[in-house]
Design a protein around this ligand. Structure first.
Ligand SMILES: [Zn+2]
Ligand SMILES: [Zn+2]
Length: 357
């Protein structure tokens, strides 16, 4: 996909490869599997750390801290922030502040991870640019007022290190490999697809001003975040799947937590929100189809007129040729007759002259 001039990278948007070494090293750590092997317990540990942390990003970092889609207590807010920080996606305030910008400037040149700036840029390269390291506290005053969240945001490496140590204690070196390194790499690329693929592949129910899509496969992989067009249409909800058939595992977990009293006031879209814009979408589709049909009819009419014109032209040309031929044969007959008459007259004159003599 070519990148338009207004979306081109600026000279200061460069990857810092030295600072990105840990990110690159996590990917290469997979090779350690040849030495450490694969054990059933490691796979279970990997799946647990993957899915629990996937929820902490989708239900915590995204739907709570970025969008305030539900309410919770201060202590559980810290638990969500701590769990989310184990995902190794920088601090909670940093993440929420950038995500709020994504919604404010969706797919405009100021949207720093729009796929219009290039697929791989939106997927992960932007994260490796030091230009975007600053936490935009001005975007998250409602969160920055909590000193414990500011502390966690500043010391965002503590939770991942704590998780890495825990997985080592549980399963030794192979536990660390599968429970932290491989799980983190899978978690990164799964959650990054929401910024990249969910803005490229899928369907659009709502006429949003961005390129967001609904994609069921991504929704399964990311516990409901794949309903991204729904989310861009109405971002302040605890659920991203708006209908029962739109599987949204994050919302199911949040719902179960609400029964336990851990969270409450889960925001869901009203019937009006669900309908808004769908109608204009449907009208747009009808208009589009009508315009298409009209265009086809116009094309057919133009074709018919052109064909009739060609036929008339051919007929006129043929008639002219016939007329020309007829004229030529009449002229020839007249000429021959005139010659014959002249010859007869001359002969008659000659005969009369001879008789007189
Ligand atoms: Zn988006
Ligand atoms: Zn969002």
């Amino acid at each position: 996909m070519p990148v338009a001039a207004s979306y081109k990278r600026l000279p200061d948007e460069r990857v810092d490869f030295i600072a990105s070494l840990p990110f690159i090293a996590v990917h290469f750590s997979v090779l350690a599997v040849f030495w450490l092997g694969v054990h059933k317990a490691d796979i279970i540990l990997c799946l647990c750390t993957f899915w629990i942390r996937m929820f902490s990003i989708t239900g915590g970092y995204h739907r709570y801290f970025s969008h305030r889609g539900y309410k919770t207590s201060r202590w559980f807010q810290f638990v969500l922030a701590f769990l989310g920080t184990t995902c190794t996606q920088k601090g909670v305030l940093w993440w929420a502040a950038h995500h709020r910008d994504h919604h404010r400037y969706s797919d405009m040149p100021q949207d720093i991870h729009s796929p219009k700036r290039g697929f791989w840029w939106s997927h992960m390269i932007w994260i490796l640019c030091p230009k975007f390291n600053r936490t935009k506290l001005e975007n998250v005053p409602d969160l920055a007022k909590y000193p414990e969240l500011r502390w966690l945001n500043k010391h965002h490496l503590i939770p991942p290190i704590a998780l890495a140590m825990l997985t080592f204690l549980i399963g030794g070196w192979s536990g660390l490999l599968w429970g932290y390194f491989i799980s983190t790499m899978l978690l990164w690329h799964s959650s990054f697809t929401v910024n990249s693929l969910a803005h490229v592949f899928g369907s659009r129910r709502y006429n949003t001003s961005d390129t967001s899509r609904n994609n069921w496969l991504l929704a399964l992989l990311t516990m409901g975040e794949g309903w991204h067009n729904n989310h861009h249409h109405y971002m302040a909800t605890a659920n991203n799947g708006f209908y029962w058939w739109e599987v949204d595992a994050t919302y199911y977990v949040l719902k179960a937590m609400s029964w336990l009293g851990l969270v409450w006031d889960l925001r869901t879209p009203s019937a009006k929100v669900l309908l808004r814009n769908r109608i204009s979408n449907a009208l747009g589709r009808i208009k589009g189809k009508a315009a298409e049909k009209l265009h086809d009819a116009g094309d057919a009419l133009t074709g018919a007129v052109h064909e009739a014109g060609e036929r008339i032209h051919t007929a006129v040309t043929d008639a002219r040729a016939v007329a020309r031929e007829a004229k030529d044969s009449v002229s020839q007959v007249v000429e021959e007759t005139a010659t014959k008459v002249q010859a007869a007259v001359e002969k008659s004159i000659r005969t009369t002259s001879t008789n007189e003599l």
